[in-house]
Design a protein around this ligand. Structure first.
Ligand SMILES: Nc1ncnc2c1ncn2[C@@H]1O[C@H](COP(=O)(O)OP(=O)(O)OP(=O)(O)O)[C@@H](O)[C@H]1O
Length: 251
């Protein structure tokens, strides 16, 4: 289990996250939704170790990892796919994936991840030797996911994977995430602007407003809450408030 216990973080003098608590079990998909600037990416960066923890605790299977480097957390099985993919454009698909694996000290004698990854991502087999920079945005997102999975994460943090993708490619992306869930023993934290899609796929969800968790529950409970429907699933933009009596705020 990956758990955050009342964590705080931010940038310089700016505090962004305030006492955020959340958990992610292996083999579950948990969505994090909220308005622009609510702190979703900051949460992912803090969990992955790219931003220092200012207060609270982060644990991975009950061991404290809050002061471990991002690299050390990745080696322990907590891997993030950042917004914007960040592939090595001049390297081939295969080379990008091999890097994801060797950077974490996975050995050559470990099973080749291409076999299982090839089933989830047809692009991997078809374009293994093509330079990543020549792929479309949707294809690059697939390679970024495959590269992260090649490191054999137990917990995968996805920051806005649908950003910049067309509706058709977004549909394909969500199908791919569903396939990952079916085929690999990995817990997925999914930060998404496509709230309806994310809640359809997720088991549970957290709603973040101004750096605080204002609602959590099963994805169905969150999707059915009137505040979430107003703010994220309809066409008005009333912020979700913990004071809304219709909404469960149980962790
Ligand atoms: N590198 C940074 N330096 C200073 N402030 C930052 C930095 N990155 C983000 N912020 C601020 O932190 C707050 C939370 O940003 P964050 O990116 O976590 O929000 P978000 O919920 O992911 O929003 P979005 O969906 O727009 O990416 C915002 O007020 C943002 O301006």
């Amino acid at each position: 289990m990956l758990e955050a216990h009342e964590i705080a973080s931010g940038y310089g003098p700016v505090s962004v996250l305030h006492k955020v608590s959340m958990r992610l079990a292996q083999e579950e998909v948990v969505a994090v939704v909220g308005a622009n600037g609510a702190g979703k990416s900051t949460l992912v960066r803090t969990l992955s170790g790219l931003l220092p923890l200012r207060a609270g605790r982060i644990t991975l299977d009950d061991a404290s990892i809050g002061s471990a480097s991002a690299h050390s957390r990745a080696k322990q099985g907590l891997i993030m796919v950042p917004e914007g993919r960040k592939l090595f454009a001049g390297l081939t698909v295969r080379e990008n994936i091999d890097l994801g694996r060797s950077a974490l000290g996975r050995r050559r004698s470990d099973p080749d991840p291409m076999e299982v990854l090839g089933e989830i991502f047809p692009i991997i087999a078809e374009r293994e030797n093509q330079r990543a920079g020549l792929l479309s945005g949707g294809e690059q997102q697939q390679v970024a996911l495959a590269r992260a999975l090649a490191g054999r994460p137990r917990y995968l943090l996805l920051d806005e994977p649908s950003l910049g993708l067309s509706p058709a490619l977004t549909t394909q992306l969500f199908e791919t995430i569903a396939k990952i869930r079916e085929n690999l023993p990995v817990g997925i934290l999914l930060v998404e602007q496509m709230v309806d899609r994310a809640l359809e796929l997720a088991d549970r969800a957290y709603v973040i407003e101004r750096g605080r968790v204002v609602m959590s529950g099963t994805a169905t409970e969150v999707a059915q809450s009137s505040a979430v429907q107003r703010a994220y699933l309809g066409d008005t933009s009333t912020p979700v408030s913990p004071a809304d009596p219709a909404d469960p705020a149980t962790p």
